[in-house]
Design a protein. Structure first.
Length: 144
């Protein structure tokens, strides 16, 4: 549990930079996820690609989980390292499968997000996060 919530031990300026990166990546990707989530409440059947051959509904659900729910976790900085895993997988699929035959310009955004998520998976959420609060609570309990 301690590893999952470990926010990293950084100076304030690095933690502030991690906060800004988390907020930007989380908020921007959340809008992608929200537009896909809205399809569930529409009257038309879900139209979505099936790049992995697991079915349209499963592909859509996994993408919504990553882009909406995991992005929300990034925004608040909760289980940040775990939340980046589905996001990284989604960006790999987007860049190399969905846009595999497209020019670089179509892959560029997915690759940029992928690099941001890799950096967050390595660095953690920083001190301005829910991970930091949980991590400190876990440490306090262990000291008792």
């Amino acid at each position: 549990m301690k590893t999952i919530f470990n926010p990293g031990s950084y100076q304030k300026n690095i933690s502030l930079a991690l906060l800004l990166i988390r907020l930007a990546a989380g908020a921007f990707m959340l809008t992608h996820g929200w537009s896909k989530l809205e399809k569930a409440f529409g009257t038309e059947p879900i139209q979505f690609s099936d790049p992995l051959g697991i079915g349209v509904t499963a592909s859509w659900a996994l993408t919504v989980f990553a882009e909406f729910f995991c992005s929300f976790l990034l925004l608040i900085g909760l289980t940040t390292r775990l939340a980046t895993i589905p996001l990284m997988i989604t960006m790999i699929v987007a860049a190399f499968i969905v846009h595999g035959d497209d020019p670089f310009g179509k892959k560029e955004l997915a690759l940029f997000y992928l690099l941001v998520y890799i950096a967050l998976a390595i660095a953690g959420a920083g001190r301005y996060s829910a991970d930091n609060w949980v991590f400190n609570r876990l440490n306090q309990r262990r000291k008792r």
